[in-house]
Design a binder for this molecule. Structure first.
Ligand SMILES: [Zn+2]
Length: 237
């Protein structure tokens, strides 16, 4: 068990520098161009150190020191624990892109379509390979049905103004991944996301009240909770 955890932590730490680059690239407000270079010194941003600072000008750039590394390592350990079949590569891919999506949504409250599409495309290809390797291509139809059910449900919430436009495509992709495990895991993940987002929003509102700040409802980014809920459901199945 210890070697597996150590290997997973190592994978998480190795994934962190390019993930930091992706997060800086995509964490820009709607309507602004993607950020491929440091806004202070113009140095190209691809791999970034755990300090959360630009290697060129030492200015702050992206997520705080150690944050991406800690989350990536924890997610890698969870995935190593949950991965137990031919679908494991799809789970790992979703986890890696999911860390970037979670940080971007946390910073700028949006889930860029290119990241959502990257998550969906990777999951679709890797699950197809897994289904064919297992000799049961029928499971793919099941994944598609679950993806559609979750995606349509979240799209209704987008129409109602409860979610952002990137939440339903992310739900579609995660629904497809969790559909491999069945309806119960997929909707368990959605339920866990709602509970966790509600808890987080309530805690933040309570903290704001204590500090006598104005409270604007349960103002939380939903993407990180959809991702966390999916991981919890896969772990708890
Ligand atoms: Zn710089």
């Amino acid at each position: 068990m210890v070697p597996v955890v150590a290997a997973a932590v190592l994978v998480g730490l190795l994934a962190a520098p390019p993930l930091r680059g992706l997060i800086v690239y995509f964490a820009v407000p709607e309507g602004e161009p993607w950020r491929g270079a440091c806004p202070s010194c113009g140095r190209a941003v691809r791999l970034l150190p755990p300090t959360g600072r630009c290697p060129g000008c030492r200015g702050r750039l992206g997520a705080g020191a150690g944050a991406v590394e800690a989350v990536a390592a924890a997610v890698a350990v969870a995935v190593a624990y949950a991965a137990d079949g031919p679908q494991a590569p799809a789970l790992g891919w979703a986890a890696a892109v999911g860390v970037a999506l979670g940080f971007v949504d946390g910073r700028v409250r949006r889930l860029p379509h290119r990241l959502n599409l990257a998550l969906l495309a990777g999951v679709a290809v890797l699950l197809t390979v897994a289904a064919l390797a297992e000799g049961r291509p029928g499971v793919l139809l099941h994944c598609l049905l679950v993806a559609l059910a979750v995606g349509v449900l979240l799209e209704l919430a987008v129409w109602a103004g409860a979610l952002g436009p990137g939440d339903s495509p992310l739900g579609f992709a995660l629904g497809g991944l969790l559909g491999w495990y069945g309806w119960a895991v997929a909707f368990g993940g959605l339920f866990a996301a709602v509970v966790l987002a509600g808890l987080w929003g309530t805690l933040r509102a309570a903290a704001a009240l204590v500090r006598r700040r104005r409270v604007r409802g349960l103002d939380v980014p939903v993407g990180p909770f959809l991702l966390l809920g999916a991981l919890v459901a896969v772990l708890a199945r």
